[in-house]
Design a binder for this molecule. Structure first.
Ligand SMILES: C[S@@+](CC[C@H](N)C(=O)[O-])C[C@H]1O[C@@H](n2cnc3c(N)ncnc32)[C@H](O)[C@@H]1O
Length: 313
């Protein structure tokens, strides 16, 4: 059978492709509708959360709903260019860029698309090319070499876990995904929890390796890549508790996740003393306060003010 299409087949293909193109371009309306429902909490008569609403009403994960919302926002940002992406997949390649860079990348993609046909793969290539040369210093993301920076290699004293423990179910498999010397793993084990430990030091990069079974992440992650870490934790959609500097609350990048996905914080009433790579336990407490940034633990209040000394036995 010849691979060339007959005239009739060509017409059929064109008609079918038009149907697909018409359907795909509705991603903008879908994203805008979801955004309004989320912002105005129009789901509230029947559902407690936006997540429940998306799942029950549309069988759509929250991640997918957020992707549709992001897509409509990207499309809106590109409106001045006059041609907007034909589908959500193309916008996804741009979503992580600041608004002005999205426009530059999109215009470049339009200008350089082979045969004038823009595909998501082409947009990705453009974004990668544009970002070369203005790369941030190397971090320990997927595929990169791990270069610890600042507090990345500090170890957490077990006492930090005390206010968190009552909020973890005892039958949960805890994943300590940046376990370092394993101090938190030891303490969790001592408190009867099953723990899976991994670390880039043992070739288990958090952005690549996921254990086959786990219920909740508990860790003090490397702070130099804390925003990527937070994003990845929310992407799993499972409970987590990350020990992070309190100042993380003030960072816009983090706030976007907290606003969209929810957050409950357990503050500690004093600074804790980390074990540092060169100094060990010597020296006074850390220069900055830390708190447990949690999701999915159902603590029941956004802020908890723990008393470390009264609670630690
Ligand atoms: C701040 S230390 C905390 C160690 C331990 N969680 C604790 O609290 O004692 C951060 C750890 O993250 C590990 N790490 C850094 N980048 C990582 C990555 N991409 N994937 C997994 N572990 C990573 C480092 O090797 C280090 O052991």
């Amino acid at each position: 059978m010849s691979s060339a299409l007959t005239i009739t087949e060509n017409q059929k293909l064109n008609a079918l492709e038009n149907t697909i193109a018409r359907g795909l371009k509705y991603y903008i309306e879908v994203g805008e509708a979801l955004l309004t429902i989320r912002e105005e909490r129009l789901y509230r008569a029947q559902f407690n959360t936006f997540e429940d609403y998306c799942l029950t009403r549309w069988n759509m994960s929250k991640t997918h709903a957020n992707r549709m919302i992001d897509a409509s926002e990207v499309a809106e940002n590109l409106t001045p260019i006059g041609v907007i992406p034909a589908n959500e997949a193309q916008t996804r390649e741009l979503a992580a860029l600041p608004a002005d860079e999205q426009r530059t990348a999109w215009q470049t993609a339009l200008d350089t698309a082979p045969d004038g046909k823009v595909t998501a793969a082409h947009v990705r290539e453009v974004v990668e090319t544009l970002s070369q040369g203005k790369q941030k210093p190397k971090t320990n993301r997927a595929g990169d070499k791990y270069i610890p920076q600042g507090f990345d290699a500090c170890q957490t004293p077990p006492e930090a876990l005390t206010p968190l423990l009552p909020h973890l179910y005892t039958d949960w498999q805890i994943w300590e995904c940046a376990s370092g010397e394993g101090l938190l793993v030891e303490e969790l084990n001592a408190r009867g929890f099953q723990v899976i430990a991994s670390d880039i030091l043992t070739d288990q990069n958090f952005f690549e390796y996921v254990p086959s079974q786990w219920d909740c992440i508990v860790t003090n992650p490397p702070y130099s890549i804390k925003y990527d870490w937070i994003a990845q934790c929310y992407a799993f959609g499972k409970p987590f508790a990350l020990l992070l500097p309190v100042e993380t609350l003030g960072a816009k990048t983090a706030q976007e996740f907290f606003r969209d996905c929810g957050l409950e914080v357990i503050f500690l009433d004093r600074r804790i003393n980390f074990k540092m790579p060169n100094k060990g336990w010597e020296g006074s407490a850390a220069q900055f306060p830390v708190a447990w940034f949690t999701y999915g633990l159902n603590i029941g209040q956004q802020m908890t003010f723990a008393r470390l000394d009264e609670e630690h036995h």
